[in-house]
Design a protein around this ligand. Structure first.
Ligand code: SAM
Length: 279
């Protein structure tokens, strides 16, 4: 079953958090001259029109990227991310860059990316978006499998973004299994896992599963726009980062109070940055 389409959600508060963290990790990887590998297991299409029927139907970006677009007081870390979205727009907010486009736009010639996506309608759009870029490969393959088949990378440094739709509850277990496989092959890699908070007990399954792996250095970053609820709907989202760059914890503690207040002007939001397992 592949019914999830990211075009309904592009640029929402969860994308803002995810793509801010992604931008900051890539920025740190670029501090060394040596090339790195970027693996995006669940890529989506790359570029989203915010005037599409899907985006207009939900209007989710209005409470996400649109709230940052015109701000003059962005902390420098947030400004870096917003700048990446501005690069694909001419003045007015019309398009949103999904994780593969955001990442590929930040790669240098010595870096390399592998982008996978399974959806029969989304994959051709992804392939077309990156067809002419030399150091980028797209594949219509199962993203979870790539942690076995594409790791370790020859560059011996890199970032794996795992961003499943969680429309199937088994995704919560598959994420942990994929991490075990990836970590066996590439223990020094950075792994960033996105998760939604729809029902808190599902999120706890990932956390418990990761704790049981015995892997160290796992940081959890979360932004809630509303308190937890057992009604339908996403109240929060987070990023779990294994082997985070040393700056990331402080960067997120610095910007999350700002981000939370701008994304939830009605003051219903909150944030956390904590270690699931420290070093
Ligand atoms: N990472 C994208 C971004 O940040 O812009 C959004 C990805 S969206 C949350 C999840 C995507 O995973 C969907 O496009 C869906 O079609 C795709 N998908 C679902 N199961 C998959 C699988 N097993 N392997 C690869 N892609 C999958």
């Amino acid at each position: 079953m592949l019914s999830y389409r990211h075009s309904f959600h592009a640029g929402n508060h969860a994308d803002v958090l995810k793509h801010l963290v992604l931008t900051l990790i890539l920025e740190t990887l670029k501090q060394k001259e040596k090339g790195f590998f970027y693996l995006d297991t669940h890529s989506g299409v790359g570029r989203y029109s915010l005037s599409s029927a899907e985006a207009e139907k939900t209007g989710e970006y209005v409470e996400g990227i649109a709230r940052l677009w015109d701000r003059c007081d962005l902390p420098e870390e947030v400004a870096l991310y917003v700048q990446e979205i501005k690069k694909i727009n001419r003045g007015k907010l019309r398009y949103y860059a999904g994780s593969p486009l955001l990442a590929v736009n930040q790669l240098r010639p010595q870096d390399r990316a592998l982008l996978t996506e399974l959806h029969p309608a989304d994959y051709p759009l992804l392939r077309q978006e990156f067809a002419k870029i030399q150091n980028v490969t797209t594949k219509r393959e199962n993203g979870f499998q790539q942690l076995k088949s594409a790791l370790p990378p020859k560059e011996k440094r890199g970032l794996v973004l795992i961003d499943p739709p969680y429309e199937l509850k088994e995704d919560y277990e598959l994420v942990v299994k994929a991490i075990i496989e990836g970590y066996k092959r590439f223990a020094t890699g950075i792994y960033a896992i996105w998760y939604p908070v729809v029902l808190r007990q599902h999120t706890k399954r990932i956390i418990r599963g990761l704790q049981e792996t015995g892997i160290r250095k796992i940081l959890q970053i979360e932004l809630s726009v509303r308190p937890d609820s057992d009604q339908r709907g996403m109240t929060a989202s987070g990023m779990i980062v294994i082997n985070p760059p040393w700056q990331l914890e402080a960067q997120m503690k610095k910007v999350l109070p700002y981000l939370t207040s701008v994304l939830t002007p009605e003051k219903t939001g909150s944030w956390t940055v904590e270690w699931i397992t420290p070093e």
